[in-house]
Ligand binder design. Structure first.
Ligand SMILES: Nc1ncnc2c1ncn2[C@@H]1O[C@H](COP(=O)(O)OP(=O)(O)OP(=O)(O)O)[C@@H](O)[C@H]1O
Ligand SMILES: Nc1ncnc2c1ncn2[C@@H]1O[C@H](COP(=O)(O)OP(=O)(O)OP(=O)(O)O)[C@@H](O)[C@H]1O
Ligand SMILES: [Mg+2]
Ligand SMILES: [Mg+2]
Lengths: 158, 163, 163, 158
């Protein structure tokens, strides 16, 4: 299984619907400071429910909606493939309403729960406790965390 | 619970030693503060970069710390492999020699799993199969400005690769 | 005590706005959480990089955060100037454009005070008056391997300066 | 006033007596990871008593003595000049004895107290609370400190 494409719409600095295609193997993303590189990584964490809004540098979930476009919703879709017959598509959409906001997950077009998304990912060994997504600054935090916090990383893996 | 912990600890430690040696030609090891009761103590990371004495992570230089922390992270990943990895500027503290070695290692691993690496460094960009360029337009929106297939590029125009 | 604090706060804020504009062409400001009773609250750093909305330090990108934090540090220094400054890899998070602007600024300031800057980046090395090379010998001791007077070098061999 | 030269002997990775000369203006220091660049900055903080052993990445002061040379003492000397008639030399020496260690300051060859060193430096506006020495990682710590800690920086300057 691998990432085939990410579709980002009105999430963070992606005010326009944007497709990010991926080849198999080794892909680099580069560009000036503040141009939106880390926001692409955040869109993976957001769509797959792998982290809280705090880790995506937002106070509350609605802060992830682009603040320039004026639209009240944002979504990100992650498309996986195994280059043979399996295709999986996970989407997350947040909408601001008068009395709050809603956050909905979809798998292959149908609504589903976060647990269903996590179960599906777990079967391919993608888990919120795995270190397969390393955010900007994570290396520094491993260095500065306490010895006990470091041991807890092994506990979670066990 | 304790048996599970020890099995995981020993597995991660074995990979940590392998990877630290691959990245820095030195010797690294994970040590439990309290081996009898692991949950009662923490995890110490010790490493001996080549030509130096064994030292704790806290006493190393900025670049040595980040190379050691990266080795620990890769050891966790090797113990429980995932189909894709996403890294955001993990090569920031490294000098050119270490940045080059890290890029080599990722290139080698990318045969078994997909790697998406955000980086500003030449060493990573040159070794990648695909390079995605990102910019911010004047209206404040992010735009993808280019997706180059580096392998094709290398075959056609070798001299374009200088940083 | 409160009068002293306000005088210092306003002085540092004025310099912060100047320096942030010099480094990123945007607008920055220091804001007290509780202006009536400053000691009862903290200090918020807000900045608007060029072409963007005003935002708090916490929501910025890695490079924008470090440019903002650097501007704050320089504002403290401008408010209470010292005869020499020593910086250890402060340009690490910056892309080439920002690293270039920072090196320019330090070069300009180095007429008034002495700057000693540890850096791995080409932009700093090229602009310095003097470059000191350091290495670790196989016996584990640090050795100074070269002290080049860059101004002299520029006059003699201009083409050596490429990174 | 400016830095003219630093003499480092058996401090951290400087197992051999080493002179680091400085010109006026803009000086850069570069070299591979772990080669001793930050240790030069640490030698300034050590000799001028501007920080604790913890900020110099050592558990206790004797850990600053080179652990390869076998010698039991370390010292660093900072030489200042104003390129006219003023020359100031500040030295700090630590020695390990059987029952502990001693740390001694010298100014222009005479022993003195840390307060005397700080008073002399203060007259040239070099102070432990000023941000004129920025260590590796200080930029990150300004970003991650709390709003109150950030305000306290202004308090100390006032
Ligand atoms: N909800 C939002 N609406 C619009 N823009 C946003 C939103 N949230 C974040 N941003 C913008 O995204 C920018 C940060 O982008 P990002 O962190 O991806 O940059 P980067 O390319 O990783 O930069 P660096 O190289 O400095 O790490 C911020 O400057 C901010 O203006
Ligand atoms: N008491 C000591 N005796 C011998 N060596 C020491 C001592 N204390 C520290 N060191 C060595 O100094 C090295 C760190 O040097 P330093 O932090 O100056 O590196 P650096 O050049 O700044 O590297 P980087 O580019 O990674 O920041 C450590 O690897 C350690 O081995
Ligand atoms: Mg980033
Ligand atoms: Mg260093």
């Amino acid at each position: 299984l691998r990432l085939k494409e990410i579709e980002i719409d009105n999430f963070k600095s992606f005010g326009k619907r944007t497709l990010v295609p991926f080849l198999p193997g080794f892909t680099t993303i580069s560009g000036p400071n503040g141009s939106g590189k880390s926001n692409i990584i955040d869109s993976i964490l957001f769509a797959l429910g792998l982290s809280s809004s705090r880790t995506m540098r937002a106070e509350r979930l609605p802060d992830l909606i682009n603040n320039l476009s004026g639209k009240k919703e944002a979504q990100a879709t992650i498309k996986f493939t195994d280059d043979k017959e399996i295709e999986i598509e996970v989407t997350r959409k947040i909408k601001v309403k008068d009395n709050g906001y809603t956050s909905t997950y979809y798998m292959d077009g149908r609504t589903c729960t976060l647990t269903e998304v996590h179960d599906k990912l777990l079967s391919y060994n993608i888990s919120p406790h795995g270190y397969n997504v390393v955010m900007q600054g994570d290396v520094t935090s491993i260095i500065s965390m306490s010895l006990n916090e470091r041991r807890k990383i092994i506990d979670e893996l066990a | 619970k304790k048996i599970n912990f020890f099995e995981t600890f020993q597995g991660v430690d074995k990979y940590f030693q392998e990877i630290f040696h691959e990245l820095s030609f030195g010797h690294g090891e994970l040590v439990l503060e309290n081996p009898e009761d692991p949950f009662g103590g923490g995890l110490i990371i010790r490493a001996r970069p080549r030509d130096k004495k064994m030292q704790r992570l806290e006493a190393m230089s900025g670049g040595e710390k980040s190379l050691t922390a990266l080795s620990f992270m890769f050891a966790l990943q090797r113990y429980s492999p995932a189909p894709f990895y996403a890294f955001d500027e993990v090569d920031m503290f490294l000098d050119s020699i270490n940045a080059e070695r890290l890029a080599q290692m990722i290139k080698k691993q990318s045969i078994h799993a997909q790697f998406v690496v955000v980086s500003l460094r030449r060493h990573m960009l040159e070794k990648s199969d695909q390079a995605i360029g990102v910019t911010l337009r004047t209206d404040g929106f992010t735009q993808i400005i280019g997706v180059q297939n580096m392998q094709k590029k290398k075959d056609e125009e070798p001299e374009l690769m200088t940083a």
